[in-house]
Design a protein around this ligand. Structure first.
Ligand SMILES: Nc1nc2c(c(=O)[nH]1)N[C@H]1C(S)=C(S)[C@@H](COP(=O)(O)O)O[C@H]1N2
Ligand SMILES: [Mo]
Length: 172
């Protein structure tokens, strides 16, 4: 089985778990088996550890993969990012709210309107130019806006929402 097929199957499995889980009144999200990369808390429908969703790399890899090439305010020239859409993550977790607080390992945080994720294909990137983002350098996840596709995103009002070293989202 190709890697793409097996990714697709695990995504389908995740969707099935997400759909049938709540009806059965069970915890629908499997517990993470690897190191937790991203925690989502707050108004989250699906949880696995207390009232939070703790997601390891395999669980995140099961979300549909997206690619985006854009300039950033901190690099020279366009960079190609890969990861998953913020919108797809929130949908998969049945997270519903107005605002997401994005927290970074370096204690930076930014409040982001959920409307951004509906209006734009905002990526939670885990690779840049084919190289995995590490915690030393913008990893494990970097919030990347499709800056080159929308003039209004080329603005300081959006730059501060490009949280790198992202490890936690709080949905309110
Ligand atoms: N983790 C983390 N992400 C961050 C920041 C930060 O300090 N830490 N600074 C933000 C701000 S205020 C801006 S304008 C952009 C670009 O930051 P820089 O110009 O300070 O490099 O990244 C944003 N993402
Ligand atoms: Mo900034």
């Amino acid at each position: 089985m190709s890697q793409a097929t097996s990714k697709r199957l695990s995504f389908l499995l995740l969707c099935t778990l997400l759909l049938v889980g709540p009806a059965q009144g069970k915890s629908p999200l499997p517990a993470p088996s690897g190191e937790v990369v991203l925690t989502v808390s707050g108004e989250v429908g699906l949880t696995n550890v207390a009232d939070e969703a703790h997601l390891d790399a395999d669980m995140l890899a099961a979300l549909p993969r997206e690619r985006l090439t854009t300039h950033t305010s901190v690099t020279d020239g366009p960079q190609t990012f890969e990861g998953f859409l913020a919108r797809d993550l929130l949908d998969a977790l049945h997270a519903e709210g107005e605002t997401v607080t994005a927290l970074a390992l370096n204690d930076y945080l930014a409040e982001i309107p959920v409307a951004d994720f509906e209006r734009y294909d905002v990526l939670l990137a885990d690779t840049m130019n084919g190289e995995r983002l590490t915690r030393r350098d913008k990893g494990p996840l970097w919030i990347v806006y499709p800056r080159d596709d929308h003039d209004e995103l080329q603005d300081i009002r959006y730059d501060y929402r490009w949280v790198w070293q992202l490890y936690r989202l709080e949905v309110e």
